[in-house]
Write a protein that binds this ligand. Structure first.
Ligand SMILES: O=P(O)(O)OC[C@H]1O[C@H](O[C@H]2O[C@H](CO)[C@@H](O)[C@H](O)[C@H]2O)[C@H](O)[C@@H](O)[C@@H]1O
Ligand code: UDP
Length: 930
C-alpha cells in the first residue's frame, strides 16, 4: 500500500521529554553505581593522571614526547564508561574543533612537545568522559614538511588527537582573519571591522574563501576517520561550514554543531555579507546547540528572517526537514577543581599567596586578553572604587591574569597596549613604595596555581562585555567552598543566567555600578555570602561538563532517530508515470485541484526581504494555460478547482476553461459555463461574522503587511507577507481574543494555517462539501459511467484533508463519515479493495446528510446573500441509484503539495511539481500539444 498510513501506529513512541528524563535517570544511577564501585584511590589516581597531563600548561614544564617513544602513558581525552547493563558504551565521538586540547611546539625534526591549549572550550571538553572520543583539530602550528607532519600525527595519536594541517596563509586568512577579526567581534556585538580595500588578504571575500577552504580541510580529515555509527560533534564559530561539508559527503552522518560564543540578534547577523550561506551550512547539522535559550532564539530568528524558513518550538524547518535547535549550557568538571584543592602543590601555592597578600582582600580577574572580556572597563571601575573609598587603598589588591591570545590579530595587540597603559596609570596613582593596587600578569597559569588563586580570592570580578558562558566564574565558585567569596558577574555573560541568583550582576559598561558592587561585595556579611555561594555551588557541581556532553550527544542520537521516524511517515513522491499511465487507461476521470500554492506561482521565495512589495493577488501559473485547456477539453475528464478563495478570485483565473469551480472550500459551485450555486448547508449560523471581523480589523491595522479576506462562510487573516515572528505573536494574541470573546459560544471552527488564522462556520471543510459537489457534477453531466480515476492534489489545511480521505478506497466506510456500498458489478481480487459511492442516497445517516443540495445563485454579489434563509438554493438533483464511484486503490492519487505531514498518499514539493505533472499529463493525453 503506498503512501502514508493514517498514523495508525499503535506502538508507544515516548516523547522527547519522556526520553530525556529517562536517560537522565539512567545516567544518574549509572554514575552512582560507578562511583560506588570506584574506590577513592582510583579516583585520586585518575585525577593525578589528569593533573599530570595538565601540568605542562604554559608553565615551562611542558613534557616532550617523541613520536618514536611515547614517553608518557597516553591518557585518552575521555575514557570508556559502562552502561547500566554493564556493557561498555562503544559509540565513538568525533569532536571537531579548531583547536586541539594540546598545542604543539617543535623540538627537532621529528620531536614535538605538547602543551595544554587555553580557553574554556578545551577545559569543558576535557571534563567529558564516557565516550570513545577522538579529537580532530589544528595543533596551532604550521608544519610544512612531511617528516614533521608524520611525527606530530604519531605524537598526537597517543592523546587520541588527529591533526588538521593548515598552512600559514590559510591560518592568517581563516583564523586570524575571518574567525577572529570578523565572526568573533560580530557575534559579541562589536560590529564588523572596516573592510581593508588595499590589502587583498584582508577583504571579506578572500577571508571567507579561506574560511570555506579550511572547513573543507577539517571535513576531509573527519571523512577519512569516520566510521559508521560515529557521532560527529562540530564546535564553534570556526566551523560553521563543516556540517554542510560533512552531510554532502555522507548524508547519514550524525552531525551536531555547538556554538561556544553568543549568537547575536538577527539584526546584527544581518550585517554579515555571508549571512545566508553560514546559516544554511549550520542548518545541515541534525542538532544545533547554544549555551542559552537567548542565543538559540536569536539563531532561529535569523533563519526565519534572513532565510525565510519556518521557526518552530523544535527548531528550524525547511521543506519538511527539521534542524533541531536547543540550549545546552556548558559546565566544568567540578570534581577536578574541588579535588585539586587538597593536593600538596595547591596547598603550597595557597600558603604562599596568603602570606603574600596578608591583610589585604584579594580581588581576582582571569581572562584571555580579549576585547570581549571588558578588562579596561574592569580596571577603570576598580580605579573609581579606589577614588571613592580611600580607606580601602592599602587593604585591597586586584590580581588580573590576562592570558595572551590571538596575538597576530592587530586589534588584540592594540588591546594589550591599552590595558598596560591604564594599569600603569592607576598603579602610579594609587601605588606606594611597597605595594601596588593592581597586579597584572600577561601570561597563563598552570592548573595548580590557578586553583590556589581561586581558593584564596575574596571577590572574583568578571566584566565581560559579552561572553558565551564564562567558565572562569564556574571554576571560582567550585574552589570557594571554604571561603565563600563573592562573584561579581557581568549580566552579558551566559553564566549570568545560571549563576545570576548567587552573584552580584553588573552592567560592565556602567563603571559607577561596578565600583559600587565592589564596595558591596567587600562589605557583604558572611551570612549573605554563604547563602549566595550555596546557590552557585549547587549549580556548578550538578551542571557539569559531563552532563552537558551526555545531554548533547543523547539528544543528537534522539534527533536522528526522530528524523528517521518522520521520514518514514512522509509519503512518497507522486509517481508521475504511473499516475499518467493509469489516467490514460481509465474511462471517467475526476481531477480535483487546489488553487493557492498548487496552481499558483510560489510566492514565498527563501531569502525574500520582508519589506519588498509583493504581488498579493493569487494568479494562475502561466505555464498551466495550455495543459489545463487541453485536459478540460477531454470529455472523459472532469476538472474541479476546489479552493478556499472566494468566487471572484476563481472567476478571474479560470473563467475561460471548461471546468468546475468550487469556491470557499466548496460552499459555492459553478460550471464555468453556468452560474454560481451554493452548496452551503441550510441555516448556517453566521451571526459571529461581524464581531470576528472587528477583531481581524484590529489586528490587520496593527500588523504591517497583513490583510484579511471576508468570505461568505469564513474570515481569513493572513500574515504571510508580514514579519513572520511578529505575525506569529499577533496570531497567538488574536486567538486569545477570539476564544475569550466573539467565538466563545459560536459554532465556528478556528483553523490555523502556517501564516493565517481562519474562522469558519462549523462543518465547512472541503471534504464535507465534496459529496454535494460530486452529486451536482454527476447530475449535471448526466454521467452514466462510474468515476474510475481520481487525482486530488492540493496544498490543503489539515482540516481540509478530509477531502483526501473521502475518496480513499483503503479506508473502511465508517472512517469516512459517509455511507459507501461495495460495487456489485466488479470482481474483487484478493487483497484489493474497491469502493463505490451511491449518491445522494448514500448520504443518509452521515454528517453530510444534514446538508441539503444546491440551487443556483441568481446574484453573485455575495454580500447580499442571506445564508441563514438559504435563498438561491436549487432543489435536490434527482436520485442517482447507480454507483457513481468505482475506484480501485491503484487508480486513486491523493497528493499533498509541500506538506509532509499529511493524510494524502503522495507528496510533491511545490506548485512547480504540480505544473510539471499537469504538463506531462496533458502531453500524454494529447501528444500533438506544443
Ligand atoms: O582558541 P583561541 O582562539 O585561543 O580561543 C580560546 C577559546 O575562546 C572561546 O571560548 C568560548 O568557549 C567557552 C566554553 O564554552 C565559553 O565559556 C566562552 O564564553 C567562550 O568565549 C572560543 O569560543 C573557543 O573556540 C576558543 O577555543
Ligand atoms: O592561566 C590560565 C587562565 C585561564 N585558563 C582557563 O581558560 C578557561 C577560560 O574559559 P572561559 O570560558 O572563561 O573563557 P574563554 O577564554 O573560553 O573565552 C578556563 O577554563 C580557565 O581555567 C587557563 O587554563 N589558564
Amino acid at each position: 500500500m503506498p503512501g502514508n498510513k493514517y498514523n495508525s501506529n499503535s506502538v508507544h513512541v515516548p516523547g522527547r521529554v519522556e526520553r530525556l528524563l529517562r536517560e537522565r535517570e539512567l545516567r544518574k544511577s549509572s554514575r552512582a553505581s560507578h562511583s560506588n564501585e570506584t574506590t577513592d584511590i582510583s579516583r585520586v589516581a585518575e585525577l593525578e593522571h589528569e593533573l599530570r597531563f595538565r601540568e605542562g600548561e604554559n608553565s615551562g614544564i611542558s613534557y616532550v614526547e617523541q613520536s618514536s617513544e611515547g614517553a608518557i602513558a597516553p591518557r585518552p581525552l575521555t575514557e570508556g564508561c559502562e552502561r547500566q547493563d554493564g556493557r561498555p558504551f562503544r559509540q565513538r565521538l568525533l569532536v571537531v574543533a579548531n583547536r586541539l586540547p594540546v598545542s604543539a611546539v617543535r623540538r627537532g625534526e621529528d620531536a614535538w612537545s605538547l602543551e595544554m591549549s587555553g580557553g574554556g572550550l578545551v577545559t569543558a571538553l576535557l571534563g567529558v568522559k564516557g565516550f570513545e572520543a577522538r579529537w580532530i583539530g589544528w595543533a596551532g602550528v604550521n608544519v610544512p614538511d612531511e617528516i614533521g607532519q608524520r611525527a606530530l600525527t604519531d605524537a598526537l595519536a597517543q592523546k587520541k588527537c588527529i591533526p588538521v594541517f593548515l598552512d600559514e596563509e590559510i591560518v592568517h586568512q581563516y583564523y586570524n582573519g575571518y574567525c577572529n577579526n570578523i565572526l568573533w567581534p560580530l557575534f559579541h556585538y562589536l560590529a564588523l571591522p572596516q573592510e581593508d580595500r588595499l590589502a587583498t588578504t584582508r577583504s571579506f571575500q578572500s577571508q571567507f574563501a579561506a574560511y570555506r577552504k579550511a572547513n573543507q580541510m577539517f571535513a576531509d580529515v573527519v571523512n577519512k576517520h569516520y566510521e559508521d555509527g560515529d557521532v560527529v560533534w562540530c564546535h564553534d564559530y570556526h566551523l560553521m561550514f563543516l556540517p554542510k561539508c560533512l552531510k554532502e559527503y555522507n548524508s547519514n552522518m550524525k552531525v551536531g554543531w555547538f556554538l561556544h560564543t553568543p549568537f547575536p540578534s538577527s539584526e546584527i547577523h544581518r550585517t554579515l555579507p555571508s549571512r545566508s550561506e553560514l546559516l544554511r551550512s549550520v542548518l545541515a547539522a541534525d542538532l544545533v546547540g547554544f549555551h542559552t535559550y537567548d542565543y538559540a532564539r536569536h539563531f532561529v530568528s535569523a533563519c526565519t528572517r534572513i532565510l525565510g524558513l519556518e521557526g518552530t518550538p523544535e527548531g528550524v524547518e525547511d521543506q519538511g526537514r527539521l534542524t533541531r535547535v536547543a540550549a545546552f549550557p556548558i559546565g566544568i568538571d567540578a570534581v577536578r577543581f574541588i579535588g585539586a584543592l587538597d593536593t600538596p602543590p595547591v596547598q603550597e601555592h595557597m600558603k604562599e599567596l596568603k602570606e603574600r597578600f596578608a591583610g589585604r582582600k584579594v580581588m581576582l580577574g582571569v581572562d584571555r586578553l580579549d576585547m570581549i572580556k571588558g578588562i579596561p572597563q574592569k580596571i577603570l571601575a576598580f580605579e573609581k572604587f579606589l577614588e571613592e573609598n580611600s580607606d580601602w587603598h592599602d587593604k585591597v589588591v586586584l590580581l588580573q591574569i590576562a592570558v595572551p591570545t590571538r596575538t597576530d590579530v592587530p586589534e588584540y595587540q592594540k588591546l594589550t597596549s591599552q590595558v598596560h597603559e591604564i594599569v600603569g596609570r592607576i598603579n602610579g596613582r594609587f601605588g606606594t613604595l611597597t605595594a601596588v593596587p593592581i597586579h597584572h600578569l600577561d601570561r597563563s597559569l598552570d592548573f595548580h596555581k590557578l586553583c590556589a588563586l581561586y581558593a584564596v580570592t575574596d571577590i572574583a570580578l568578571v566584566t565581560s562585555l559579552r561572553d558565551g558562558m564564562n567558565l572562569v566564574s564556574y571554576e571560582f565558585v567550585a574552589c570557594q567552598d571554604a571561603k565563600k567569596g563573592v562573584l561579581i558577574l557581568s549580566e552579558f555573560a551566559g553564566a549570568a543566567q545560571s549563576l545570576g541568583a548567587g552573584a552580584i550582576l553588573v552592567n560592565p559598561w556602567n563603571i559607577t555600578e561596578v565600583a559600587a558592587s565592589i564596595a558591596q561585595a567587600l562589605n557583604m556579611p558572611a551570612e549573605e555570602r554563604e547563602k549566595r555561594h550555596r546557590h552557585n555551588f549547587a549549580h556548578v557541581t550538578t551542571h557539569t561538563a559531563q552532563e552537558w556532553a551526555e545531554t548533547f550527544v543523547s539528544e543528537l542520537n534522539d534527533t536522528v532517530v526522530e528524523a528517521q521516524l518522520r521520514t518514514r511517515q512522509v509519503p512518497p513522491f507522486l509517481p508521475f508515470q504511473d499516475a499518467i499511465d493509469r489516467y490514460l487507461k481509465s474511462n471517467n476521470r475526476l481531477l480535483i485541484l487546489g488553487f493557492n500554492a498548487t496552481l499558483t506561482e510560489p510566492v514565498d521565495t527563501p531569502g525574500r526581504r520582508g519589506d519588498q512589495i509583493k504581488e498579493m493577488d493569487l494568479k494562475l501559473h502561466p505555464d498551466l494555460k495550455e495543459p489545463l485547456t487541453a485536459l478540460c477539453s477531454d470529455l472523459r475528464t472532469t476538472v474541479v478547482v476546489l479552493s478556499g478563495s472566494d468566487r471572484s478570485v476563481l472567476d478571474d483565473n479560470f473563467a475561460e476553461y471548461n471546468m468546475w469551480l468550487a469556491a470557499e472550500n466548496g460552499m459555492f459551485l459553478r460550471l464555468t459555463k453556468g452560474d454560481w450555486m451554493t452548496t452551503m448547508p441550510e441555516h448556517l449560523n453566521m451571526e459571529w461574522v461581524d464581531s470576528v471581523k472587528h477583531v481581524f480589523e484590529y489586528f490587520t491595522e496593527r500588523t504591517p503587511r497583513s490583510h484579511f479576506e471576508l468570505r461568505e462562510t469564513s474570515l481569513v487573516w493572513n500574515y504571510k507577507y508580514a514579519d513572520v515572528e511578529f505575525g506569529r505573536l499577533q496570531a497567538r494574541d488574536m486567538l486569545q481574543h477570539l476564544w475569550t470573546g466573539p467565538i466563545s459560544n459560536a459554532s465556528v471552527d478556528v483553523v490555523q494555517g502556517s501564516r493565517s488564522v481562519e474562522v469558519r462556520a462549523v462543518g465547512v471543510t472541503k471534504g464535507a462539501a465534496i459529496d454535494r459537489i460530486l452529486g451536482e457534477i454527476v447530475h449535471s453531466k448526466s454521467m452514466t459511467t462510474p468515476i474510475d480515476y481520481v487525482l486530488c492534489i492540493g496544498h490543503f489545511l489539515g482540516k481540509d484533508e478530509d477531502v483526501y480521505t473521502f475518496f480513499e478506497p483503503e479506508l473502511p466506510s465508517d472512517a469516512l463519515g459517509i455511507a459507501r456500498t461495495k460495487a456489485t458489478d466488479g470482481v474483487k481480487s484478493p487483497g484489493e479493495k474497491r469502493s463505490s459511492l451511491k449518491l445522494p442516497a448514500s448520504k443518509s445517516g452521515s454528517k453530510a446528510s444534514a446538508m441539503k443540495t444546491q440551487r443556483p445563485l441568481p446574484n453573485p454579489d455575495k454580500r447580499n446573500n442571506n445564508h441563514a434563509s438559504g435563498s438561491g438554493r436549487r432543489s435536490s438533483p434527482d436520485k442517482i441509484s447507480w454507483n457513481v464511484l468505482d475506484l480501485k486503490g491503484e487508480n486513486y492519487f491523493s497528493c499533498a503539495v509541500g506538506r509532509p505531514r499529511t493524510n494524502a498518499r503522495y507528496l510533491v514539493g511545490s506548485s512547480d511539481d504540480v505544473v510539471l505533472f499537469l504538463k506531462e499529463l496533458a502531453h500524454a493525453s494529447f501528444p500533438g500539444l506544443a
